[in-house]
Design a protein around this ligand. Structure first.
Ligand code: NAD
Ligand code: UGA
Length: 458
C-alpha cells in the first residue's frame, strides 16, 4: 500500500459528499478527488455553474478546484479502481417497511456501494464510512468486502462520521470542532493514513482516534443530544406559556451556566432536517435491538416532544384566529427546515401547513430559497390538498389579504419586512404567529397585530 494517499474517491455527491470533497480538494492539492454518484442529473449539476447544493462559499471552491484535483462522475467503477481510499457518503434514510420500519436505518445504499467496491477493486483499499450508520455497521461492511473480494485484495474499514451543519457547511469543514476516525485491529494503521489527510488543515489535537464502534456511536449520540436539547427547551416553552414566563429569558438564565451553555437552546416550532429525526429514531431502534427498552423509551421521548411542539403551534394558530381557519388566507413565511439553506427535508413547516389545510385554510407560502416545486412535493408527501396552496414570490405577496402570518423559518429578511405596510395589506383582525422567536412582541402589538410567540406570555 502506498505510504501516502494520492487519489480519494467519494461515493455519493449529495449535501455531504459534494461540499466535503470540495473542501478536502482545496486543502490537499496533492490528492486527486473523484466524487461519484449514480444520479446523472446530480453529477451534471455539479459539473455546471448551477450546483445542486447551496452553501455559502461552495460555488467559489468548486469553481477553483474542479478539473484541477476535483472531478464529478457517474463512472463509479473507474473511480473505485483508481482510488486508494474510498469514502462512502450515500444517504441512509429511515426504513419504511419491514422490521424496524419508521426507526431503523435503511442501509441498502451503503450495502450496494460496498458490494460494488468489493467486486471491482483490483488493489487494496481503505474504505471509510462517512454516512451516518448504526453502531456495528462496520462489521457488515467488512463482511461484504471479505466475501466478494478478488483474491489477494485487502480492505481496511474506517469510520469517519461527518458533523457539518447545512448553511454553515464550509466553515464547519474548514474549522471542525473535531474529526473522529475509528478503526479496529488490523485497520489501525489506516487511521494514520486518513489522519495525515486531515492534518493538512485540522490541528492535531482536534483529530480523535478511537475504535470503530465508538466512532459510529459518537455520531448518533451527538445528533441525539443536540435534538434532546431542542426538545428540552421546547418542553420548557410550553411551561412558559402556561405559567406566564418567557422562554428566551429562561434559556439565557439556564445557558449562562458554563456547564450547560447557551447554544442549541433556542425554542422553535420544532427541529427538522434530514438527520435529527432519523438519527434519534435509529438510536431508539439500536437500543431496542440491544434489549434496552428503557433507553429506547428515553430517546423516543425526544421525538415525541418534537411532534408535540409542531402540533401545539399549529393548534394555537387554529384556536386563536377568531372564527377558525375555514376559507381564511394564511401566509406561511419560510418553508426550509432552518434559515441559510434551501433544504426542506423533514421540515416542520410542511407539518404545520398540513394541519392548517386540514382546518380549511388557504395557504400562501413564501420561502426565499426553497424551490416552488419542493414546497409542493413536501406537502404532497404528507397528503395535502394542493388546490388550496399558492406559492408566492415575496413575503409581502403572501401576506396580502391574509388573516394571519405564520413565521416558520428564521430568515433574517422577515425581520427587515416593513410590518406596518404588511399590517395595512392584511385582513383584520391581523394575527402574527412567530414560531421562531424572531420578532419583537411590543413592536408588533404596537402596530396593531394580535401577536403570539412560542414560549412567551400573550
Ligand atoms: P444526499 O441524499 O444529499 O446524497 C446522497 C447521494 O448518494 C445521492 O446523490 C445519491 O444518488 C447517492 N447514492 C445513493 N446510493 C448510491 C450508490 N449505491 N452509488 C452511488 N451513489 C449513491 O445525502 P446527504 O445529506 O449527503 O447525507 C449522506 C450521509 O451523510 C447520510 O448518512 C447522512 O445522515 C449523513 N450526514 C448528513 C449531513 C447533512 O448535513 N446533510 C451531515 C452529517 C452527516
Ligand atoms: C445537524 C447537526 O447540527 C450537525 O452537527 C450534523 O452533522 C447534522 O445535523 C447531520 O448529521 O445531518 P443540521 O440538521 O444541518 O445539522 O442543522 P441544525 O443547525 O443542527 O438544525 C437542525 C434543526 O434544529 C433545525 O430545524 C433548526 O431550526 C432546529 N434548531 C436548532 C432549533 O430549533 N433550536 C436550536 O437552538 C437549534
Amino acid at each position: 500500500f502506498p505510504p501516502k494517499v494520492t487519489h480519494i474517491c467519494c461515493i455519493g455527491a449529495g449535501y455531504v459528499g459534494g461540499p466535503t470533497s470540495a473542501v478536502m480538494a482545496a486543502q490537499c492539492p496533492d490528492i486527486r478527488f473523484t466524487v461519484a454518484d449514480t444520479d446523472s442529473a446530480r453529477i451534471a449539476a455539479w459539473n455546471s455553474s448551477n450546483l445542486p447544493v447551496y452553501e455559502k462559499g461552495l460555488d467559489d471552491l468548486v469553481k477553483m478546484q474542479r478539473s484541477v484535483n476535483l472531478f464529478f462522475t457517474t463512472d463509479v467503477d473507474s473511480a473505485i479502481r483508481q482510488a486508494e481510499m474510498i469514502l462512502i457518503a450515500v444517504n441512509t434514510p429511515t426504513k419504511t417497511r419491514g422490521v424496524g420500519s419508521g426507526k431503523a436505518a435503511d442501509l441498502r445504499n451503503v450495502e450496494m456501494c460496498v458490494r460494488r467496491i468489493a467486486t471491482v477493486a483490483e488493489t487494496d483499499k481503505v474504505v471509510v464510512e462517512r454516512s451516518t450508520v448504526p453502531c456495528g455497521t462496520g462489521q457488515m461492511v467488512a463482511g461484504i468486502l471479505d466475501e466478494f473480494a478478488k483474491p489477494g485484495v485487502q480492505f481496511h474499514v474506517l469510520s469517519n462520521p461527518e458533523f457539518m451543519s447545512e448553511g454553515s457547511a464550509i466553515a464547519n469543514l474548514l474549522h471542525p470542532d473535531r474529526v473522529i476516525i475509528g478503526a479496529h485491529g488490523t485497520s489501525q494503521w489506516a487511521q494514520g493514513l486518513l489522519r495525515a489527510v486531515y492534518e493538512q488543515w485540522v490541528p492535531r489535537d482536534r483529530i480523535l482516534t478511537m475504535d470503530l464502534w465508538s466512532a459510529e456511536l459518537s455520531k448518533l449520540a451527538a445528533n441525539a443530544m443536540l435534538a434532546q436539547r431542542i426538545s428540552s427547551i421546547n418542553a420548557i416553552s410550553a411551561v412558559c406559556e402556561a405559567a406566564g414566563a418567557s422562554v428566551k429569558s429562561v434559556a439565557d438564565g439556564v445557558g449562562s451556566d458554563r456547564r450547560i451553555g447557551r447554544d442549541f437552546l433556542d425554542a422553535s416550532v420544532g427541529f427538522g432536517g434530514s438527520c435529527f429525526h432519523k438519527d434519534v429514531a435509529s438510536l431508539v431502534w439500536l437500543s431496542q435491538s440491544l434489549n434496552l427498552p428503557e433507553v429506547a423509551e428515553y430517546w423516543s421521548q425526544v421525538l415525541a416532544m418534537n411532534s408535540f411542539q409542531i402540533s401545539r403551534f399549529a393548534r394555537t394558530v387554529s384556536q386563536t384566529v377568531v372564527g377558525g381557519l375555514e376559507d381564511k388566507r394564511i401566509a406561511c413565511l419560510g418553508f426550509a427546515y432552518k434559515s441559510g439553506t434551501g433544504d426542506s427535508r423533514n421540515t416542520p413547516a410542511a407539518e404545520v401547513c398540513r394541519y392548517l389545510l386540514d382546518e380549511g385554510a388557504h395557504l400562501a407560502v413564501y420561502d426565499p430559497k426553497v424551490p416552488d416545486q419542493h414546497i409542493r412535493d413536501r406537502m404532497e408527501e404528507l397528503g395535502c390538498d394542493l388546490s388550496q396552496v399558492s406559492v408566492c414570490a415575496s413575503a409581502e405577496e403572501a401576506a396580502d389579504g391574509a388573516q394571519a402570518v405564520v413565521v416558520l423559518t428564521a430568515w433574517k429578511q422577515f425581520l427587515a419586512l416593513d410590518w406596518e405596510i404588511v399590517y395595512g395589506s392584511m385582513a383584520k383582525p391581523a394575527y402574527v404567529f412567530d414560531g421562531q422567536l424572531m420578532l419583537e412582541p411590543e413592536t408588533m402589538r404596537r402596530l396593531g397585530y394580535h401577536f403570539y410567540q412560542i414560549g412567551h406570555p400573550r
